[in-house]
Design a protein around this ligand. Sequence first.
Ligand code: ATP
Length: 371
Amino acid sequence: MYRIAVAPGDGIGKEVIAEGVKVLQAAADAENVTLQLDYMDLGSDRYLSTGELLTDDDIKFMRDRQAVYFGAIGDPRVAPGVLEKGILIKMRTTFDQYVNLRPSKSWHPYTPLKGEKDFDILFLRENTEDLYMGAGGVLNGKEAVANMALQRGLYDVDLSLSSKASSEQEFAFEIGMMSRKGIERFADHCFETAKRLGKEKVTAVDKANVCTSLYGLWRKVFNERSADHGIDVEYMYVDAMAMALVRSPERFGVVACPNMFGDILTDLGAEIMGGLGVAASGNINPVGVSMFEPVHGSAPDIAGQGKANPIAAILAGKLMMDQLGRPDIGNMIEFAVKMAMKQKLVTADMGGTLNTVQAGDAIANIVRSSG
Ligand code: ATP
């Protein structure tokens, strides 16, 4: 039996999670597995009526379960950032979900890439460090000019400028930082994942030719861990990687990215696969509570109209079952999604005619008939 916290959230989150649960349940039944699905009320309605975002009780509720299945949050009535910081980011940091997992696969005929390229990439993104640590600020006037001079070795800079300190002289900085400990645990997870999937190498992305300190340590640790795990590592600069992902995505298997480059490349990965409607993700703590969600948001523009594509949420359920050690259930779900796509049993964003519930039913029926 698996105990799972289910938080549908806002907007289309509610609609797509209902379909995800339907498919999960069908696949679990086929394998005689019991899923105990315990629902949580997170999101804008609760925030607007009680002021609560993610409370200590919510955290305890999740901690007592093996995984969290999450829809989406977002609401035009709430200022941007409030729900994201107060619920999503708080959840990721509280549970130290230091790996972001996002597969990118060729879902023919929905990939926009030319030709019938078959690719199956698993992006793993370090989720806690790098340029997203929040180590930044804005200096002003005299201090800014002096610091800039110091940093760039421009000792002959005309510091008299500083006497006219103004907003024109503002100097902003954002520092990218990574710790050995942070890289080690992430690299270990990447190599262990490659081993589990039967891959011989991990592709590590960076910009070590320019940010030599930051990605110098990244490479040093990846080299060490590669030797320890007996799995090769190849390095790609992020700019070359962006080109290669469009030209020859079939070359890649497990791709390890630092936080910011991973943020960008995984959106490229989503798009070459077929877009937001099919992009699923996991926020993983390999030894703790992980959370699985569609990449898209609450999409208020189509909420409540039955237009939402449930596939991203359904595939998030597949990732969850894989992570819980049941790839048999995960594979059954993915197979059914593939069959539904082949038969054009999809929503309008993918050129089909089904509504959200019909698309979910079609996939659940395929699970039942194949299980
Ligand atoms: P949020 O503020 O919660 O991030 P958003 O609308 O800004 O919401 P998304 O939810 O990611 O961002 O949606 C971006 C666009 O993609 C929307 O216009 C939406 O209609 C479309 N979209 C997103 N998810 C789906 C889906 N599952 N099915 C169909 N269209 C979708």
